[in-house]
Design a protein around this ligand. Structure first.
Ligand code: RUB
Length: 298
């Protein structure tokens, strides 16, 4: 069992990262907090504080906020503390299970519509996107993947290791090399931190440049995302706050006196550049994700 402080720090420091993993880790944090609670009268305030502390860790990934809101809604409907504790345990476990199943289903959806022996490009470290390639391999395909390194945090290294471990043919390239290899690929597949209600994709910085490169080269661009990543409160991607992190993730600022730094870690890809969103409910035209999410989660 992990303390709430440790869970918060896991997410804030990016020891645990990636929108789906963040959401599940936060909800697991609530389960651990509830299991450790000795004084039942401290539930109400403690629960609110825990939800706030977890929600404050990363502003952009709406999956985190939707997951916490899902548990909160169930807890609020319960009459007394004992019923609230039961509701927390049930809703949190349900969310974690649904989330894992959604990622697995997205892998199957992607493997069903993309060439299983094809060549692909991806950015960052999205379990939903990587699941597509791993599922292709599991089904007897032989996908080849170019993984962008993904500065500044180099999450692409993790993706490359994950795919190599799964027996997928993977080549790591620096972000600036995307254009050099785009003509070799059948499609780009990325993950997402948030989908706006109109299907705009908020994902790791560099994703929109990759989408533009794919568009210029006439290659389809797919985004893999569970339906709880839809932010119904953001009509477009521009409405979502983009997290800006410490300059030290780029380099040691002391080595470059007089230089200013900016480190926005996500960007917005307009839905018009996105071919399909791979969800657990099927490969959807981007403009349809809002309606599907409303039906499932609102
Ligand atoms: C991770 C990232 C991933 C999405 C989707 O950013 O941009 O593409 O979160 O991941 P960070 P998943 O490393 O800053 O959290 O498909 O695993 O939910």
């Amino acid at each position: 069992m992990t303390s709430l402080e440790t869970t918060v720090e896991d997410i804030r420091s990016m020891r645990v990262h990636g929108a789906g993993r963040i959401a599940r880790h936060a909800v697991q944090g609530l389960l651990d907090w509830e299991a450790a609670l000795r004084d039942a009268s401290a539930f109400d305030r403690g629960f609110r504080d825990a939800v706030r502390a977890l929600g404050d860790t990363r502003p952009t990934a709406v999956s985190l906020h939707n997951a916490l809101a899902y548990v909160e809604r169930h807890v609020e409907r319960a009459a007394d503390v004992s019923a609230k504790r039961t509701a927390l345990r049930k809703a949190a476990s349900e969310f974690i299970e649904r989330s894992k199943q959604a990622v697995a289903e997205i892998g199957r959806q992607g493997a069903a519509i993309l060439p299983r022996d094809g060549t692909f490009m991806t950015i960052c470290n999205s379990h939903a996107a990587l699941g597509v390639f791993v599922e292709m391999k599991r089904q007897g395909g032989d996908p080849r993947v170019y993984a962008l390194e993904t500065r500044p945090f180099r999450q692409g290294w993790k993706s490359a290791r994950h795919l190599a471990d799964a027996g997928v043919d993977v080549t790591l390239i620096v972000d600036g090399a995307a254009m050099s290899f785009i003509r070799d690929v059948d499609a780009v597949v990325t993950g997402c931190d948030t989908l706006a209600a109109n299907g705009d994709v908020v994902n790791k910085v560099g994703t929109s440049a990759l989408a533009l490169i794919a568009r210029e080269a006439g290659k389809p661009f797919y985004t893999a995302g569970e339906t709880y990543k839809v932010d119904l409160g953001s009509p477009t991607g521009g409405a979502r706050r983009i997290e800006e992190r410490d300059a030290r993730e780029i380099c040691d600022p002391g080595e470059l006196p007089g230089v200013k730094f900016r480190n926005p870690v996500f960007d917005v890809t307009p839905h018009a550049w996105v071919t399909r969103i791979l969800t657990e409910e099927g490969a959807l035209p981007p403009q349809e994700v809002g309606a599907v999410a409303r039906k499932l989660w609102a």
